[in-house]
Design a protein around this ligand. Structure first.
Ligand code: GLU
Length: 511
């Protein structure tokens, strides 16, 4: 069971470096569900201390993605909160004192090695890692006298602060998904905590801010697991062990074939989005497609993500947000990576379009149409069509392919499907059919059941098989072998239009 004796406070802590990967959104989702379930707070913290990786517009883009998914933070850079600021670059002043405290307590040290000196080491030792094996011979405060160190500091010689990871030790911690995890400290290098520009690195900033922001549970992707020993040591060295959040390293999202982590490049290669929303690289202008622009409903996207690594123990796959909040538990998140399956993602979208109310999706459909310069009136006729064809749509963009024939008569017919079996009897049949239908009242009689009954009765009368007449009838109305129930189509088209289409098609079929 999660320790929820502390007030639940969770955070999503992205670096604003580009598009938001679906794995990031899943981290947001699990944070959000956990916070909602336990009456806690969900915080968005922007980890932008690495100025060299900062990308203009990326923060706003992240906020937009979260808003689109309906996963808005309770505290964050836009809406503020009791622990503001929520952008690490604006918290710069906080970090140095902790780094210096670590130096004073013997858990960290000043390192004055220049980039050139470090390069030289890397040339000499291809597997060079700054750590217990070599820190005693490098230019740092562990080797320099106190006076010399102080003199270098006073002269403002560029330096970093590094953690002093102990040799021959083991770091243990408990992960709520993985159980006990341990790391051999000999394999952990002395990570930089404070850079020469005075900015903290991710390692220091994440620990300091999780502490100051009273984070109770830290959800993040499995790719951060190797950084965990550094963080655990920092929690301990800063004297905050009691307040350390519970760790939750979420399983990776894997390529469809299960071979490694799903990357943006896989999406480009296999033709599916990996980012939540379109991302335009401000430098190259290159646009990477997102789920939103591809036509996913946010509810479908979120539901699909929930099942990447979690299930409720039953076969249920469709969950509303409230159900997810109710049923989510860390115990049911798997350790194993979850394969991404785009066909499954499409299936979710299809299911969500099916269960959507027309009123909930019609504006988006109309927008898509108007972007394509297709003018469709928002009226009862449009509503009826959308109601009829939405069961056949995987994406909102599919509307026009599924429904254009409601708005324009077929320009061509699939004659190959009809002509080889077309007979004079059939011509007579359809002529008689429209005579019969001419006599139907618009109210109560122009209805699918009634049309079908009269269609079949007349076929019987003429000794024709209704099955052989349905396909030509469909081609008459829509031009080809597609579309919803043919009598439903006729009802929506209305009596006048249906009869007109049959008349026109008879001519085309007999020519
Ligand atoms: N800033 C890290 C990232 O970009 C956060 C990792 C963490 O949650 O500790 O994903």
């Amino acid at each position: 069971m999660p320790d929820i004796t502390k007030k639940v406070r969770v955070r999503f802590a992205p670096s604003p470096t580009g598009g938001l990967h679906l794995g990031g959104v899943r981290t947001v989702l699990f944070n959000y569900l956990f916070a909602r379930k336990h009456g806690g707070d969900f915080i968005l913290r922007i980890e932008d201390t690495d100025q060299s990786r900062y990308v203009e517009g990326a923060e706003q883009y992240i906020l937009d993605c979260l808003a689109w998914c309906g996963l808005n933070p309770d505290e964050g850079p836009k809406n503020g909160g009791p622990y503001a600021p929520y952008r690490q670059s604006e918290r710069k002043e906080n970090y140095r004192k902790y780094a210096e405290q670590l130096v004073n307590d013997g858990y960290a040290y000043y390192a004055f090695d220049t980039p050139a000196e470090l390069d030289e080491q890397r040339q000499k030792f291809p597997n060079f890692r700054y750590g217990h094996e070599n820190r005693d011979v490098l230019r740092n405060s562990l080797n320099l006298s106190q006076q010399k160190t102080q003199a270098l500091l006073d002269q403002e010689v560029p330096h970093v602060i590094r953690i002093k990871v102990p040799a021959n030790d083991t770091v243990h911690f408990y992960d709520m998904i993985r159980g006990d995890v341990s790391f051999d400290t000999n394999l952990v290098d002395d990570k930089v905590l404070l850079k020469a520009d005075g900015m903290p690195t991710y390692h220091l900033a994440v620990v300091v801010d999780d502490y100051l922001m009273k984070i109770s549970h830290a959800f993040r992707g499995e790719e951060w697991l190797p950084s965990a020993p550094v963080h655990i040591l920092l929690w301990e060295y800063l004297g905050w062990k009691e307040d350390m959040p519970q760790w939750v390293h979420l399983p990776l999202i894997l390529k469809p074939d299960g071979n490694g982590k799903l990357s943006k490049r896989d999406g480009d290669r296999l033709g599916f989005p990996v980012y939540a929303m379109n991302w335009k690289d401000p430098q190259s202008g290159e646009i990477t497609k997102g789920f939103r622009e591809m036509g996913f409903l946010p509810e479908a996207f979120v539901n699909m993500l929930a099942l990447l690594g979690w299930n409720d123990g039953t076969e249920q796959e469709i969950f509303s947000m409230n159900e997810l909040i109710d049923k989510f538990s860390i115990e049911r998140v798997s350790k194993a990576g979850a394969k991404f399956d785009f066909e499954k993602a499409k299936w979710f979208n299809h299911e969500y379009i099916k269960i959507s109310q027309v009123s909930g999706i019609k504006n988006q459909v109309l927008e898509i149409l108007s972007a394509k310069d297709i003018l469709v009136q928002d009226n009862e006729y449009f509503d009826k069509i959308l109601e009829t064809v939405k069961d056949r749509m995987t994406f909102l963009q599919d509307f026009w392919d599924q429904a254009s024939f409601f708005f324009e008569q077929p320009a061509t017919y699939d004659l190959n499907a009809v002509k080889p079996k077309w007979t004079d009897d059939k011509t007579q049949y359809f002529k008689k059919l429209i005579d019969t239908w001419e006599g139907l009242a618009l109210v109560n009689e122009w209805e699918a059941v009634h049309l079908e009954t009269t269609f079949k009765a007349l076929a019987d009368e003429k000794g024709l098989k209704p099955g052989e007449l349905m396909l030509p009838f469909r081609v008459m109305l829509v031009g080809g072998k597609f579309g919803p129930g043919v009598f439903d189509i006729a009802v929506i088209l209305g009596k006048k239009e249906t009869i007109e289409r049959v008349q026109k098609a008879i001519i085309a079929f007999t020519e």
